[in-house]
Design a protein around this ligand. Structure first.
Ligand code: ADP
Length: 209
């Protein structure tokens, strides 16, 4: 979040001199306590300053940057995930391409009965096969997918920061959001976490600060 000039000065005073009372801060700035009240409310509500009765204000140790970091670790994949778009491994390359267009996604998840993850199909996986002399109406997409256990997944309770790190580290555009089946331990696909989800969140955080 962006602080006003006065809020930045107050934060500096409290960092240096805290614990310090509202009266003393007002004195330093030659302002009344009433004038400062909205600023003190913002600084305490945002968690940057803490107030203790009869002691005064002190710095919580959390500057604006630190708070954004905490937020990114607090927001979970389950809060921002999208609906997964899935096909079976017998689906033809042609049908997979059509599904990508109709559903407006760049990554398809290949599942078997019960919605359990078998693999992932990206745009380039499908483009690559069109370079050969295969009949894309007959060629099963399952042959060209990246298959388990090589698929990088994420669970709904992992943080968006962890998910973003996986996207960057593994150089992929999307991760299947999975939950482990209690009986078999297989990965059931329950969502999709893409670079778009992260970008959207980034924009929302920018707007709300
Ligand atoms: P594009 O093919 O459009 O560059 P990606 O970067 O997502 O899209 O995919 C690159 C390769 O990584 C493809 O072969 C794809 O099958 C594979 N892939 C995509 N997502 C994952 C994932 N979550 N885990 C493992 N491999 C993936």
């Amino acid at each position: 979040m962006e602080l006003t000039k006065r809020q930045t000065v107050i934060l500096d005073i409290v960092k240096k001199e805290g614990p310090i009372t509202g009266e003393q801060i007002a004195d330093r700035l030659s302002l009344t306590r009433a004038t400062l009240r909205p600023d003190m409310t913002i600084l305490t509500m945002s968690g940057m300053l803490e107030a203790r009765p009869r002691v005064g204000y002190y710095f919580s140790g959390k500057g604006p940057g630190r708070m954004l970091v905490e937020k990114l670790h607090r927001i979970k994949v389950g809060d921002v995930k999208s609906v997964p778009i899935v096909v079976t491994d017998q689906c033809s390359v042609y049908d997979a391409v059509v599904t990508m267009f109709i559903e407006d996604v760049g990554t398809l998840f290949v599942v078997r009965e019960g919605g359990f993850l078998e693999g992932v199909l990206s745009r380039k996986d499908l483009l690559k096969i069109t370079l050969g002399s295969h009949d894309i109406h007959k060629f099963p997409a399952g042959v060209i997918m990246t298959r388990m256990p090589n698929v990088v997944t994420v669970t709904p309770d992992e943080s968006v920061w962890t998910a973003a790190k996986k996207l960057i580290t593994h150089e992929v555009d999307a991760l299947p959001v999975v939950r482990e089946a209690a009986d078999s331990g297989a990965a059931e696909v329950i969502g999709r976490l893409s670079k778009t989800n992260i970008t959207r969140l980034f924009v929302e955080l920018g707007e709300s600060s």
